[in-house]
Design a protein around this ligand. Structure first.
Ligand code: M6R
Length: 607
């Protein structure tokens, strides 16, 4: 979950590393550090608990004369947040940064007799000690790395420098990602593309268990036997400055505002003659026709996108679909076989729980389709088929545009499945596809009235607890809205299926408890409104997001915010954007660092 950077080239490494770490900070922001090397044994290591901005301050007073170095921004796993646990770590002649978890680090520290020399409590420093051990014996960096990784169990992206080999950087990985590039400016690697996209749009994913070496004018890749391997360069389609804040105070706001374009970019290239078409991406109709059941594996917001898919699949395809929290999946004896289509949904494509769930499902014979935002990521590579959401980089920890682009792509898939399975006619699918194409406009409408949502948000700033209630699709929408609010505002928020209130949760409603309700489904209107009245009559303060055409009469009773009219099944789009804005304004008005909520990280690569 940490951010990693390595650079050797023409430029002052201090600037390169600090700029890259700022971009990678969303991967973890407990502590940060850099180590640099140069000719004549020049070395420096600077690190601290805190943010990259704290590291920058420390570096201001340092005269760093180097063009080669490594950097790290941490999300603590082993050992508390303190200066000595920050990366890079040093043992003997070896300095490294690490992302991942070494499961057998305690045994290894004993075996290599390095427990007493450890300064930190991290698993990573043990790896530095092991590489140093082998390097002292052989003086050979490659074999020292190979011997070390053969002994360690777990996940790792390691970036290593040796004192005796200045200006060269070594790297190896298992599961945890590393991407790399070479330009006229130098060679660079990072844990993800956000750090590279300011430099170039050419990159390659370092294959697992391959050693990468960065030199000032060259980059080399070897397998564990020492054979040179050609890197598989790819082109990223992100704009050069797509990882900037674009003038917004926070990435979250920028990313909320980008949703109309992000959705258009995701769906339009896949609509041919008015119908969804995935043939260019090699996803065959057979996959959609032959599957007997669907199983979604995903986490967090991506799992909530799966819940919306579930509602669509049931209502439009009348098909069996399970949505599984990926971290629970393989321990819950899932019923899957070669007739199951497993859909893995993930923004980052690196979430370890989703990746492991997918691997497990494949072993049981399931076919797999991944819905991913980051090209070439681990889940994308593991899956039989992949469809990318073209959301561009999502930097804020709270997912927004990734979610709505996932939904837009999932809706297209459901439409294609309906056609392939003969459930809907061509004309019916064309009508649904056209309805989806109107989603960006309806989101623009919500965005244009965001100031009113800001005012509503101002009324809950002091709340400790808040409830969100709705039924059917509205409940799925609120599960996501509630996650958004809790992660960025730290207000305890729970989403309930409103029919369930009377079975327990209504006991929590007291005078002035804020309750957010969403009413967008005609067939549920009366029941939902009754449930809202039930909590209102017990003192709750209601904020109601309601589909415009259902809003008549309600404004007399409730504080109403009107959502633009779309087909009921597509109301998830404007309603979700309204709830994203609600969460965003609560957080920013409370003065929080919206993009980096406490204890979280953007990419979750530990189980
Ligand atoms: O990268 P992924 O989509 O696989 O990430 C899954 C979750 O970790 C992620 O959606 C998380 O819940 C977000 N912080 C929610 O805003």
């Amino acid at each position: 979950m940490c951010g990693i950077i390595g650079y050797t080239g023409k430029h002052s490494v201090k600037e390169v590393l600090l700029n890259a770490l700022t971009l990678l900070e969303y991967r973890g922001y407990d502590s940060a550090g850099i180590a640099v090397s140069g000719g004549n044994g020049y070395r420096k290591l600077i690190k601290c608990a805190g943010r990259v901005s704290d590291l920058e301050k420390l570096c201001e007073s340092e005269n760093i004369d180097s063009t080669c170095g490594i950097g790290h921004t941490r999300w603590a796993t082993h050992g508390g947040v303190c200066d000595r646990n920050a990366h890079p770590h040093r043992q003997g002649k070896v300095t490294l940064v690490h992302n991942g978890i070494i499961e057998n680090y305690k045994e290894l520290a004993e075996e290599f007799n390095i427990s007493d020399s450890l300064i930190s409590e991290t698993d990573s420093e043990v790896v530095a000690g092991m590489i140093n051990h082998f390097y002292s014996e052989s003086g050979d960096p490659m074999s020292s790395i190979v011997k070390t990784v053969k002994k360690i169990r777990g996940t790792f992206a390691l970036v290593i420098m040796f004192d005796d080999i200045p200006e060269v950087i070594y790297s190896i990985r298992n599961v945890s990602p590393i991407v790399a590039t070479i330009t006229d400016e130098g060679a660079m690697l990072a844990s993800d593309l956000t750090a590279l996209c300011a430099f170039t749009n050419r990159y390659f994913v370092v294959p697992e268990y391959h050693i990468l070496t960065l030199h000032k004018k060259d980059i080399k890749l070897y397998d564990l036997a020492g054979n040179e391997v050609e890197p598989d360069f790819q082109t990223m389609d992100w704009e050069k400055n797509s990882a900037d804040k674009g003038g917004y105070p926070f990435y979250m706001e920028k990313e909320i505002m980008e949703q109309p374009d992000a959705i258009s970019n995701t769906i339009m290239p896949r609509i041919k003659d008015g119908l969804p078409d995935f043939s260019e991406e090699g996803v065959p109709d057979d996959l959609f026709e032959e599957s007997k059941r669907i199983c979604v594996v995903a986490c967090g917001t991506a799992m909530h996108a799966g819940l919306v898919l579930q509602a669509w699949v049931k209502s439009k395809l009348h098909m069996h679909i399970d949505v599984e929290t990926a971290s629970e999946f393989m321990y819950s004896d899932p019923v899957i076989n070669n007739h199951t289509l497993v859909i893995a949904i993930s923004q980052s494509g690196e979430t370890i729980d989703t990746l492991e769930a997918l691997k497990y499902a494949k072993k049981q014979g399931a076919k797999s389709l991944a819905i991913i935002n980051v090209k070439g990521s681990s889940i994308a590579r593991e899956s039989d088929y992949v469809l990318y959401t073209n959301a561009g980089p999502e930097i804020a920890v709270a997912s927004t545009k990734a979610y709505t682009t996932q939904l837009s792509l999932l809706y297209l898939i459901v439409c294609r499945m309906a056609l392939a399975r003969g459930i809907l006619t061509k004309d019916e699918v064309m009508a649904d596809t056209a309805a989806l194409m109107s989603v960006p406009e309806s989101i623009k409408d919500v965005l244009s009235r965001r100031n009113d949502i800001h005012v509503i948000a101002g009324n809950v700033l002091e709340a400790k607890d808040l409830f969100m209630i709705g039924r059917g699709l509205d409940h799925s929408i609120l599960l996501e809205g509630s996650l958004k609010l809790k992660e960025v505002s730290y207000i305890h928020s729970e989403a309930y299926a409103s029919g369930e209130l009377k079975h327990g949760p209504i006991a929590l409603i007291t005078d002035d408890t804020p309750v957010v309700a969403v009413v967008t489904q005609k067939k549920l209107y009366e029941k939902e409104v009754s449930n809202i009245r039930e909590v209102k009559s017990r003192g709750a303060r209601i904020v109601l997001f309601v589909k415009d055409e259902l809003s008549e009469n309600l404004e007399k009773e409730f504080h109403v915010w009107r959502l633009p009219n779309l087909k009921d099944e597509l109301m998830v789009f404007p309603a979700s954007v309204a709830l994203q804005l609600f969460a965003y304004y609560v957080s920013s008005d409370k003065g929080f660092d919206v993009d980096k909520p406490r204890n979280l990280a953007k990419v979750v690569t530990v189980e």
